[in-house]
Design a protein around this ligand. Sequence first.
Ligand code: AHM
Length: 341
Amino acid sequence: MYPFKVKEKLTAYQYLLKDKLAGDKNRELIALLKDLKLAGRQVSKELNTGALAGSLGDYTGSKNSHGEKVKKLDLIANNLFIKSLENGGNCAGVVSEENDKILLFNNENSKNAKYLVLIDPLDGSSNIDVNVPVGTIFSILKRPRGVKKLSTKDFLQEGKKQVAAGYIIYGSSTIYVLTVGKGVDAFTLDPFVNEFYVSQTNIKIPNKARMYSVNQGNFFEFPLPLQEYIRWCEQNDQKTGRPYSLRYVGSMVADLHRSLLKGGLFIYSQSKNAPKGKLRLMYECNPMAFIIEQAGGLATNGKKNILSIKPKSIHQISPIFIGSKEMVELVTKYLRSKLLN
Ligand code: AHM
């Protein structure tokens, strides 16, 4: 039995036009979402044929803006998204994990476009070579009013200013999950006709759950209050259904997709080895926080809400605790009570 309630067989485009983004003023945003979807479809194809097309493995000698090894598919995905955004003419500029600086488009349409895109073209890419789900994460911001010549500071907007955010998970099927600030919807790629169709509308994350997701190998590197919280998750207690189950794929998109549908807590904390965490605020934490909050969940950095952090740089990193509301509230309580003192 198909687990999702499919209302009608609508394409993502038809659904947005008819429902979430009805009205003429949204045409440009719908078109921009279509540009992202087009590139996502191509990336999905590249991933499916990875080994045969020779696109697996490292891109020799190259490192990204965080000094991490770049995979060939990181670059392929980056090029596909940037090309699609540039050709579409609905986006004025891009911040990508794979580029140190902002990219501004100069063609006639893009120059005056209303939107900015921040993107991790291929998240979890260390998992590509072993056929584990990876994903694209994106955030859409409005170009600040009256700004003709864009610069880096125009991209440094708080997460709560996002007009849309989404991810595309390339897993056993390719699913495009999107919020435009009116709940969360999912569209599944039908590979036979190469089109995304509505597969789930108004997704709600369970308020509490029995699953947590963390790189347990870093346990002794974590702040003590987090170690205490994890010990609490592991303890036996019938009333709260503990011990909880630990699930960690190592692709944020995969771990959060599961948490969105089944409930759970995803943790990427600060640690002795990574004092500020690892995940990127503007194109990983912010879009995921927007999606999860729109589904009824919560996201903090252990002290404050992710969406209210004022970014200082485009590639800024942040700790993140995200998922089912009650679980995030509890872990944040542990952290706040001790970390702030
Ligand atoms: P990547 O895109 O270089 O693989 O890094 C991002 C990923 C996230 O998807 C995932 O949650 C995290 O890094 C895993 O990091 P770690 O291996 O330290 O647990």
